[in-house]
Write a protein that binds this ligand. Structure first.
Ligand code: DGL
Length: 273
């Protein structure tokens, strides 16, 4: 057996949100092992500066390297928008983020060339989704809307609550009034609001989930680099989880969304890396 092929995939996020990406990887690439890091002590990234998100991301890459990962998935829109380009240049491990796969599919999906983007303030401000989409088709208009209240609402478990519906309407109405036909869920937490957002946006708007598109792009990357896992995962913990704050909250959240019973979660001091 080839050790490198059977090495885990490193997946990281500012906290629990990236579990929506890990979930898609588990579903789409069931033979792969995963080491997940959630920066629960320093979340949110979406309100922080580029320098700070870059410093955090560098530390996490150093930690994941100690876990001998074969690839790294930046499972956070904010870190993908602000840090991926730099950290990619600094390491020889193949890396992908969530922005590019989501942007590409959105550009292929729109028929009227009007795409709505919802995400954290930092992701919307970075303009990376717009840049990638307009590289594909300069005629596409990308209308961004930061939705800072969504992350705490999702973490509170209010995925279908009337309060969340009200907040979502306020955020989405301006985009719908401008006639978007495609909406990018540009933050890792938002796939958990999918059915609520679908109810507000209606059937005429296609929702693009970058978490799903990233898992597919990861599959292609592993094939191209000849890094697909071989044989069966027989070890007790094919999925390992590390966090920078206490484990309990993370583990509860993870168990509510993953198709896997999360038993192994460990707290580490990320500032040491
Ligand atoms: N994971 C972040 C993202 O996808 C959302 C939470 C945060 O602000 O850190 O942008």
């Amino acid at each position: 057996m080839n050790d490198r092929k059977n090495a885990p995939i490193g997946v990281f996020d500012s906290g629990v949100g990236g579990l929506t990406v890990a979930r898609e990887i588990m579903r789409n690439l069931p033979g792969e092992r995963i080491v997940y890091f959630g920066d629960t002590a320093r979340v949110p990234y979406g309100t922080k500066s580029k320098e700070t998100v870059l410093r955090y991301s560098r530390q996490i890459v150093r930690f994941l390297k100690t876990q001998n990962v074969k690839t790294i998935v930046v499972a956070c829109n904010t870190a993908s928008a602000l840090a991926l380009e730099t950290i990619q240049q600094e390491t020889d491990i193949p890396m992908i983020g969530v922005v590019k796969p989501g942007a590409k599919v959105a550009a292929e999906t729109t028929r009227n060339n009007k795409i709505g983007l919802i995400g954290t303030s930092a992701t919307v401000k970075s303009d990376l989704y717009r840049t990638i989409i307009q590289e594909i088709n300069p005629d596409i208009q990308v209308i961004g809307q930061a939705c800072p209240l969504f992350v705490p609402l999702v973490e509170e478990g209010w995925w279908k609550d009337p309060v969340t519906v009200e907040v979502a309407k306020r955020y989405l109405d301006p985009l719908l009034e401008q006639g978007i036909d495609t909406l990018i869920l540009g933050c890792t937490h938002y796939p958990l609001l999918r059915s609520l957002l679908r109810g507000i946006a209606g059937d005429q708007v296609t929702l693009v989930n970058p978490a799903y598109e990233t898992a597919r792009a990861l599959g292609r990357l592993l094939r191209e680099q000849d890094l697909e896992a071989e044989g069966k995962k027989e070890e007790e913990f094919p999925y390992r989880f590390y966090v920078s704050d206490e484990e309990a909250h993370f583990q509860r959240f993870a168990n509510s969304i993953l198709p896997y019973d999360v038993k192994m979660t460990k707290q580490i001091n990320i500032e040491e890396y």
